[in-house]
Design a protein around this ligand. Structure first.
Ligand SMILES: Cc1cc2nc3c(=O)[nH]c(=O)nc-3n(C[C@H](O)[C@H](O)[C@H](O)COP(=O)(O)OP(=O)(O)OC[C@H]3O[C@@H](n4cnc5c(N)ncnc54)[C@H](O)[C@@H]3O)c2cc1C
Length: 435
């Protein structure tokens, strides 16, 4: 763990409101953590800059998220799955292939003995679920919500952190024993504290959109590796497909500017005809792709979670799933602290959290980075090796099982799974959960 310098530029007054825990960022990860901590007995404040239903909300946007089977358990445990389920499509099969190659591999729910390998749900729907739990009131289940409210500054004290927050144009000062930064890939907290990152640029963007297909294969997800990067087609409800198309940076603007028919033709050429003809193109939005890993995701009275700790390439849909596993582990150690009266920002608790999560975070970063780079390399022998690798994967049930368990968020080498990931409750001290 590290002790960061005080980099706040303007003096803060003594804290008016004191909390056990302040979560900065009420997006997919921070919002889910707030839901998980309802009724924990901890005094929690959630600060979010943009209202959940505002068009500019950066977390609950056009994205469609592939959720692992393990994530479904966590979402169930914190009471969000009930709202998400009707709008989520189950993934029964995953088809992995290489454009221009002969190899391919299948993963199937029957072989893994599960109801679904994963689910596909719109990020906006998850925002609705989180809002439904936290409600419109200022305080729900011990969680005080400040929204829209923006963190503007912070200063360390020996026993806590002072935060300067702008709420409806007025400045407020809060004090917290633990600060959880869930403020996204460009984390304000990380920058303000001068915390360093390891960054990898891919020279790629992801264009996301939706299409219809005239030969739909229900409940089948496709991951196709192409020379510009992976192209995923994810099944959605109402026969729609979510497209996550990795493009070379130099090509992105050109593709976004194409007419609907021309874009569909290019997409079809990249994906092939496994789903027949593609039509009814939805809105196109591009996201720049990079990997950003905080070197020290845990500091003095500080935890970075979600994209603030690790922004990953979207190949294999790992980012939010990893963030959920982080917050499930963090919620577990915090609920235990509330039960025993331990300091929620204490070193022992943070060291325990770090030990639980470090390996999984490093593994996810390595796997997504390798996949993002491996298939882009056009070198002939490597292409052949990739084809043979996919054929081998398809023929060896043990290898398929290992890959499926990773996709399902159940990989055994990722450290001890949290109670929520095992389908158990957190065992909070008072009511207000599972709404
Ligand atoms: C194209 C694409 C496809 C993806 N597909 C998948 C997938 O299939 N499966 C998967 O698991 N993951 C996927 N991901 C990753 C996933 O979207 C992210 O992991 C997830 O959005 C991270 O959520 P977060 O809450 O950590 O951060 P964010 O979503 O960035 O939310 C941060 C929040 O903090 C708020 N905030 C920021 N600064 C402040 C401040 N100073 N004060 C107050 N509030 C602040 C913001 O308003 C925002 O609401 C994908 C990503 C991309 C780009």
């Amino acid at each position: 763990m590290i002790s960061e310098p005080d980099t706040h530029h303007s003096p803060l007054t003594t804290g008016h409101c004191s909390y056990d825990l302040v979560i900065v960022g009420g997006g997919l990860v921070g919002g889910s953590l707030a839901c998980a901590l309802r009724g924990s007995g901890l005094r929690v404040c959630s600060i979010e800059a943009v209202a959940a239903d505002a068009p500019a909300q950066p977390s609950y946007d056009e994205r469609v998220i592939a959720l692992s089977f393990g994530s479904r358990r966590i979402l169930e445990g914190i009471g969000l799955w009930g709202v998400i389920a009707p709008g989520a499509e189950a993934i029964h099969r995953i088809h992995v292939s290489q454009r221009g190659g002969f190899g391919f591999a299948h993963l199937d729910r029957a072989e893994q003995g599960v109801e679904a390998l994963g689910y596909v749900a719109p990020a906006r729907l998850m925002g609705t679920a989180i809002r439904g739990i936290l409600g419109a009131e200022a305080t729900v289940g011990g969680i005080e919500q400040l929204c829209p409210a923006r963190l503007l500054g912070l200063r360390r004290r020996p026993d806590g952190i002072d935060l300067e927050v702008s709420v409806a144009g007025a400045s407020r000062t809060l004090n917290t024993r633990l600060l959880v930064a869930a403020d996204g890939g460009d984390s304000f907290v990380r920058r303000r504290l001068g915390l360093t990152v390891r960054e990898r640029l891919y020279g790629q963007d992801a264009i996301i959109t939706t299409v219809s297909a005239d030969r739909p294969q229900p409940n089948t997800a496709y991951e196709r590796f192409t020379d510009s990067g992976p192209l995923a087609m994810l099944p959605m409800t109402q026969g729609r497909w979510s497209v996550v198309w990795t493009t070379l940076e130099a090509d992105t603007q050109g593709l976004l500017g194409l007419s609907e028919a021309a874009f569909l033709a290019r997409l079809q050429e990249r994906f092939g005809y496994r789903l027949g003809g593609l039509s009814r193109l939805g809105r196109r939005v591009a996201y720049p792709l990079r990997q950003v890993m905080a070197r020290e995701p845990v500091g003095e009275r500080l935890v970075l979670i979600g994209n603030a700790a690790h922004t990953l390439h979207p190949v294999a849909g790992q980012g939010f799933n990893l963030g959920l596993r982080d917050l499930a582990a963090l919620a577990e150690v915090l609920v235990e602290a509330a039960r025993t009266g331990a300091d929620p920002g204490g070193r022992a608790l943070l060291a325990e959290y770090e030990a639980l999560r470090g390996r999984d975070q490093a593994d996810a970063a390595r796997v997504t980075d390798t996949l993002a780079r491996l298939f882009v390399n056009p070198w002939g022998p490597l292409r052949l090796a990739r084809d043979l690798g996919l054929v081998g994967l398809d023929l060896v049930p043990g290898a398929r099982r290992a890959l499926a368990r990773r996709f399902m968020g159940l990989a055994s080498h990722a450290g001890r799974p949290s109670r929520l990931a095992r389908g158990l409750s957190l065992g909070q001290s008072s009511g207000g959960r599972h709404g």
